[in-house]
Design a protein around this ligand. Sequence first.
Ligand SMILES: [Zn+2]
Length: 136
Amino acid sequence: MTCRGVDAAVERVDLSRLDEGEFPRCPHCGAPMRPLVLLFDEYYDWHEAFQAHRARRLLDDADVLVFVGTSFSVGVTSLAIRSAQVSGARVVNVNPERAPFPGVAELNEGAEVVLPKLAEAAGVAATFPSRRPGPG
Ligand SMILES: [Zn+2]
């Protein structure tokens, strides 16, 4: 959740009175809290907690842009792809489902299979949690 007062992420929020209809308040300033999500008609730039300026810098400097599990149906993916087109970064989508998009290479396997291989190929030491047992 974020604080409306300072627009910063707050890690611990008292939800004990939520059932009584009392919205959680920021432990620092007492302002009403909001979920750390982008609501309709909002832009990432409007909330410092999303660090949109930092994301843009990273996108501008990226050599490779890896999406994981996107269907490209949200606007932020288009923004990222436009940035990659301008900078010349390669774009890959890791998704077991096909989601063709112009200029985007697809790796149609699960992230738990592809990401460890990508990390190894990039020489990045990474740990990945083992897959949780599912219902089937
Ligand atoms: Zn606050």
